[in-house]
Design a protein around this ligand. Structure first.
Ligand code: 5GP
Ligand code: ZN
Length: 115
């Protein structure tokens, strides 16, 4: 599904510019506009759904395949020494864009506290 009011739908379609490092039929991986680590990427499924609570079984399978595929690009993205995946949900999670996305953080040793 495409939501014409959603910034990540527009980025995934190329209607809003981004630094796209990877794209396939199911997802894009872009650089975050306001990086919080030396490497801060966003894995964005092309299909619009707000968060995991609104995700269908098929969308879950597709997302799992996208995450698995990340392992093929670890060196290319500068993540060979490790990385962290984060997906914020809702108000307490401080989600600001209501199209599911996974933050990929790395490029240095990250804090050993999660929040
Ligand atoms: P959230 O707060 O929803 O977990 O994460 C949204 C992320 O999207 C933030 O880290 C923010 O910097 C990033 N972001 C918001 N708008 C844009 C944009 O137009 N382009 C890119 N590349 N990142 C964006
Ligand atoms: Zn969207």
């Amino acid at each position: 599904m495409y939501d014409e009011n959603c910034i990540f739908c527009k980025i995934a379609k190329g209607e809003i510019p981004s630094t796209k490092l990877y794209e396939d039929d199911n997802c894009v991986i872009i650089k975050d506009l306001n990086p919080q680590a030396p490497v801060h990427l966003l894995l964005i499924p092309k299909d619009h759904y707000a968060n995991i609570c609104e995700m269908s079984d098929d969308q879950a399978k597709t997302l799992a395949a996208c995450v698995k595929n990340l392992s093929n690009h670890v060196d290319e993205f500068g993540l060979q020494d490790g990385f962290r995946l984060v997906s914020n949900k809702g108000e307490n999670g401080c989600q600001s864009v209501n199209h599911l996305h996974i933050h990929i953080l790395g490029g240095e040793k990250l804090s050993d506290t999660m929040c």
